[in-house]
Design a protein around this ligand. Structure first.
Ligand SMILES: Cc1cc2nc3c(=O)[nH]c(=O)nc-3n(C[C@H](O)[C@H](O)[C@H](O)COP(=O)(O)OP(=O)(O)OC[C@H]3O[C@@H](n4cnc5c(N)ncnc54)[C@H](O)[C@@H]3O)c2cc1C
Length: 387
């Protein structure tokens, strides 16, 4: 059985200096008061155009991001590849709403496909539909509201951007993952993902949608998608995650007075997550998956389900994925024994990826147990190295 306890393997890529820096970083962001103050001060300093880019770069940015552009990420790609870990380049600029920003994002996605074509170290590309289509239109389409003529044109233009990327991915044979976002825009995202699957997944899974198992309706969604794929004879690609917007989801549901789409408890989310990976692996001839998780139990369970189903560790239909700078003990211990592992490597200008970095800081503060887990592993390795 695999153990995620081996910190020598988990941190083999980290120098003593990097490990000490990670120790300090996780101690800081583990403190919710410091994280709140730090987040506010950083946002303020940026708004006042104070020169704090260097500080952000030397701390959170270098830990969680690959660089400002794809070329910048090359040293990370190579460093991960040495340990049999692949890279998923994630252009992490968020919250933009201009057509020019959407076109820029389209260009970045196409460039990441071009990079992926060069070697095996970049096996997927990934997009967020809010980077390509206006948020309010995704919301309207999800709510089945009628769009004005101008809105319809804009929506179709956005959907066409997705199509261009998917077509490029198809031609390059590089799978394309579509991130999941807030539930009130997810219906439109699911419809587009479904359309792209029917277009580009006829021979192999190229387009992957994402299922957030913190939603109580997602297991049913996966079952239905499987049925549709059987009937329509297309392949399904699925990234399976727990979901990143829980507090926002619950707050909105309460404010607007509808039933929350989120599971009642963490345990219920965990049950559905594990059910989903089992279901998909049992349908592996139709569904390929990427398990995007930092959860040790689910990662371990997936290795066991693969074994039960006599699926080889490096079968291309199953990937494990973690975010850069997090849960190296899972990534490195899995890759060591030949499972397919890919790190999400976010990139983009320092200032522009701040929302992503703030989310990482908040996540490591608020998710029970997670920071202490990261920290205790880092400290265990520092002790082992006696530094
Ligand atoms: C490679 C990768 C890609 C990702 N892509 C996406 C994406 O496209 N969209 C997206 O939304 N997220 C995405 N995420 C983030 C992911 O959804 C989770 O927020 C994060 O990974 C933490 O969940 P976990 O499985 O690692 O483990 P855990 O730490 O075991 O679980 C924490 C998660 O459990 C759920 N949870 C916690 N408390 C409760 C509760 N009281 N009731 C119900 N559920 C609860 C929440 O989803 C929380 O994030 C991605 C993560 C990774 C690693």
């Amino acid at each position: 059985m695999i153990s995620f306890e081996n910190t020598k393997i988990a941190f083999a890529n980290k120098s003593n200096h990097e490990l000490r820096r990670a120790n300090l970083l996780f101690r800081l962001i583990g403190n919710s008061v410091l994280t709140k103050i730090g987040t506010r001060l950083t946002t303020l300093a940026l708004a006042m155009k104070l020169p704090i880019k260097g500080l952000i770069r030397a701390t959170v940015y270098d830990h969680f991001c690959g660089g400002e552009d794809i070329l910048d990420c090359e040293s990370r790609i190579q460093a991960l590849a040495k340990f049999n870990i692949k890279t998923i380049l994630d252009y992490s600029v968020e919250g933009k709403q201009d057509e020019s920003d959407f076109d820029l994002c389209l260009g970045k996605a196409v460039s990441s496909i071009e990079r992926a074509k060069l070697d095996q170290n970049v096996p997927f590309c990934v997009i967020k539909l809010t980077g390509l289509i206006p948020f309010d239109l995704l919301e309207k389409v999800s709510a089945k509201s009628t769009l004005s003529e101008e809105e319809s044109m804009k929506f179709l233009k956005g959907r066409n951007r997705v199509d261009i990327i998917a077509q490029n991915a198809f031609n390059a044979e590089i799978p394309l993952m579509i991130d999941a976002e807030e539930s009130w825009i997810q219906e439109a995202i699911d419809e587009i993902a479904h359309l792209m699957m029917t277009r580009y997944n006829l021979e192999r899974p190229i387009v992957y949608n994402t299922a957030q198992m913190y939603r109580h309706d997602r297991f049913l969604y996966i079952q239905n998608l499987y049925k549709q794929a059987e009937e329509g004879d297309f392949y399904v690609g699925l990234k399976i995650v727990r979901g990143a917007y829980m507090e926002k989801e619950r707050a909105r549901a309460q404010k607007k007075g509808y039933n929350s789409p989120i599971q009642p408890t963490k345990a219920a989310t965990d049950v559905d997550y594990d059910k989903a990976i089992r279901f998909c692996v049992e349908k592996i001839n139709r569904i390929s998956i990427c398990a995007g998780t930092h959860n040790e139990k689910s990662s371990l369970l997936l290795t066991e389900i693969m074994k039960e189903n006599q699926i080889l560790e490096n079968d291309q239909r199953i990937y494990f994925s973690q975010l850069l700078g997090m849960s190296d003990h899972i990534s490195y211990n899995l890759s060591k024994v030949n499972f397919n592992v890919a790190k999400y490597v976010p990139y983009g200008p320092v200032i522009e990826v701040m929302p992503y970095l703030i989310r990482r800081a908040e996540e490591n503060t608020s998710v029970a147990g997670q920071t202490s887990r990261e920290l205790s592993l880092i400290q265990k390795e520092l002790n082992r190295r006696k530094v």
